[in-house]
Design a protein around this ligand. Sequence first.
Ligand SMILES: O=C(O)C1=C[C@@H](OP(=O)(O)O)[C@@H](O)[C@H](O)C1
Ligand SMILES: C=C(OP(=O)(O)O)C(=O)O
Length: 434
Amino acid sequence: MDVTIEPHPLSGTVPAVASKSVAHRLLILAALADGTTDIDCNTTSKDIEATVRCLEALGARIARTRLGFRVRPIPRDASGTPLPASGATLDCGESGSTLRFMLPVAAALGSPCALDGHGRLAKRPLSPLYEELASHGARLSQKGVLPLRVEGDLAGGTFDIPGDVSSQYVSGLLMAAPLIPGGVRVRVSEPFESRAYVTITTDALRTFGVDVRVTHEQADDASFELFEVAPQAVRTPGTVAVEGDWSNSAFWLAAGAIAGPVSVTGLDVRSPQGDAAIVTVASLLGARTRTEGGGATTERAALRGRTVSVADIPDLVPPIAAMAAYAQGKTRITDAARLRLKESDRLETVRAAIACMGGDATVEGDDLLVRGTGSLPGGVVDAANDHRIAMMAAVCAAHAQRPTTIRGAECVAKSYPTFFDDFRSLGGVVRESE
Ligand SMILES: O=C(O)C1=C[C@@H](OP(=O)(O)O)[C@@H](O)[C@H](O)C1
Ligand SMILES: C=C(OP(=O)(O)O)C(=O)O
């Protein structure tokens, strides 16, 4: 689907969609728990559905309820050991989180299965999670090829993970850890990027009664963060809620900073989600910002270029770049190497989206440099099958000088199927064509 957006500034209030990151974790832990869990999750997306599908393939029964999901866990034997379906195919869709979380979970469950996926997923890295699982007893088919077959008995011990590839490896191992005999130590080398995502994981584990010990270790001239989990029961909290998604709300808050005012409701201002930093970044660029108990508001003031490190907030690069294109002067987005490993090479696709709309952006090493002039002419943007590129282009297009066409805009469904409905509710003017 292509969409053509007529320039019309966005303003008003939208409710946040449910956090995809939190939903993945609560669904997985509910499937491993000792009883039924009701998950309050008022919206869903292709990525959340991919995790649901994988857990169902392993034997969990997941029903859509009025409020979200009711998860009946993977059946267990009399001693409480999960008995997953054998020979299942787990279709991870295009969700990197689902693949990197389900791989260690499937290995820990110990029943043979295959992990499949589509689009760019097979090309996104699994090393050294793959090698660490293999050296602890998992038998895995060839790396880099999906479906990936998993079998064998995963043993406990120390799993060494570098902190600068994907925090999803750490989150996946930690969710698998309570099932692994002998206990697990996940040793993450510093610098540990996207760190806040692991706090989302440890918070979710604690909600399910799992004790995680977090310490630091120094060895020679290297430092590590150490996560220790003993084998233990995963206990259902009964009912649990998915909070609002800061990563997707960031697009509306960027639009608010460009024109606005825009408010997003249903957000926890003390959330563990690193992407709550969008408010700080918008304010750094000069926008007027406000957070109150249940949400955030941004409003235009003269935006100016700044330097922003995104080591911990990779998913904020598209909305930050949108604000930067409408700022005066240079914005340097630094520490962005991992952007190359997302649904697209996001350093390149963010650059291209701005360039296609008549703006000026370049990639310099691992930095993205946006030279803002306060306006964008508009043009034709290829979403590159990347939801965050489509959403960024839409926010830029609403404030451009002439109409903009976004090719392949249906990819928003990966995290935000109702994105264009909310766009319209803020006054955006969109025409869809096949
Ligand atoms: O754990 C998670 O929910 C996520 C972690 C991040 O990935 P990396 O740790 O690979 O940067 C982020 O980009 C992704 O969208 C979601
Ligand atoms: C990178 C993302 O997700 P995942 O890694 O789960 O595919 C994202 O949502 O931007």
